[in-house]
Design a protein around this ligand. Structure first.
Ligand SMILES: NC(=O)c1ccc[n+]([C@@H]2O[C@H](COP(=O)([O-])OP(=O)(O)OC[C@H]3O[C@@H](n4cnc5c(N)ncnc54)[C@H](O)[C@@H]3O)[C@@H](O)[C@H]2O)c1
Length: 329
């Protein structure tokens, strides 16, 4: 496979590009290195991608994307480039239009023109929005997104379906559920909690602690992507277009306070908690039904919270300065 990973300076993209390269695939990394969070952290990740060519390109720049595809002849593309962050989207909706709508459309179009064999793209558990019944199943209605971020992720699924149907571009949407681990995102709860604990500062707990997340360890997510990559959806009795969607979560929701307690125990510190109201756009609980994923790739995320936090903390202690600097930026 000749694989393009977009968003490769980001948390998930960096881990995926490293794994694919160490498996012996030809991998090309792309990212626009935007400053949504510290560019120094993104650059530090890219520096670890030994032997992987890196291109600083914005996926909203169609001409640059087209030139890259014409040169490289990718067989597989994994799109992880996006403007992420539920809360940020409430105040900055246009950034989501740029990367997640215009950028994603560009990517679909170049993949179609260059006959890419399989496009995998990041969606999100946030598409389940106001959905009440748990666990979340891929067949659940997803027409009540709680944020513009979620709305753009759902739009991606529909855009990909339409390219699969009209142009026979095979694609797979991956609904990620709160991914955590080494080199994680400084805007997400695990890094925010960890930084506060390392600095001896209080922790903000939203919705007065009545929150649960289906925390999924990064290596598990990467393993699922690696297993999905060689199998583009085909048209059959169940599918009228070569497109499919999977939940990529562990299937075991964890109360936010339990996550914090496990992190505190591992770091040997206890923080003062400031209990706050629910933030706009947020969801109270996420919980993935993983049966569909299991039936296709015969694997579901399985790293326990304790093991995942152990590995996260090992990284945290080695890269403490980098993380704290990037959180201050
Ligand atoms: N981490 C999670 O828990 C989680 C959960 C659900 C969905 N997702 C989705 O998974 C994907 C990867 O998430 P992540 O956690 O690695 O986020 P991340 O922000 O660390 O990585 C995204 C990368 O994409 C790059 N990027 C953004 N806009 C771009 C553009 N227009 N052109 C080129 N590059 C661009 C950013 O610079 C960044 O490095 C995203 O689509 C995100 O929405 C992540």
């Amino acid at each position: 496979m000749n694989i393009l990973v977009t968003g490769a300076a980001g948390f998930i993209g960096f881990h995926l590009a490293s794994r694919l390269a160490s498996d012996g695939h030809r991998v090309v990394a792309l990212d626009n290195l935007n400053d949504y969070y510290a560019v120094s952290l993104k650059q530090a990740r890219v520096e670890q991608l030994h032997g992987v060519p890196f291109h600083r390109i914005d996926i909203a720049d169609l001409a640059s994307l087209e030139a890259l595809f014409a040169r490289e002849r990718f067989t597989h593309v994994v799109n992880l480039a996006a403007q992420a962050g539920v809360r940020h989207s409430v105040e900055h909706p246009h950034e989501y239009g740029h990367s997640n709508l215009t950028g994603f459309l560009n990517l679909l179009d170049v993949c179609k023109r260059h006959a890419v064999e399989h496009l995998l793209y990041a969606s999100s558990s946030s598409v389940y929005g106001r959905q009440k019944s748990l666990p979340f199943r891929e067949s659940d209605p997803v027409d009540q997104p709680a944020s513009i971020y979620a709305a753009t992720k759902r739009a991606n699924e529909m855009m990909a379906y339409s390219y699969a149907d009209l142009h026979r571009l095979p694609s797979t949407g991956m609904r990620f559920f709160t991914v955590y681990g080494p080199w994680g995102r400084p805007d997400m709860a695990p890094c925010l909690f960890a930084a506060s604990l390392l600095r001896g500062e209080p922790i903000d707990i939203f919705n007065h602690g009545r929150m649960a997340r289906d925390f999924t360890y990064i290596d598990d997510v990467v393993e699922c992507i690696v297993r999905l990559l060689p199998y583009p959806p085909t048209v059959d009795a169940e599918r009228s277009a070569p497109h499919d969607i999977y939940n990529l979560g562990r299937g075991k929701p964890i109360a936010l306070l339990d996550f914090v307690a496990t992190l505190e125990a591992r770091l040997g510190v206890t923080a003062t908690k400031h209990f706050r109201q629910m933030q706009p756009g947020d969801m109270e609980r996420t919980w993935a039904d993983t049966r569909k994923l299991q039936s296709v790739i015969h694997y579901t995320p399985q790293v326990s919270l304790e093991r995942g936090i152990d590995r996260f903390v090992d990284w945290l202690l080695d890269y403490r300065e980098l993380l704290l600097e990037s959180m201050a930026a």
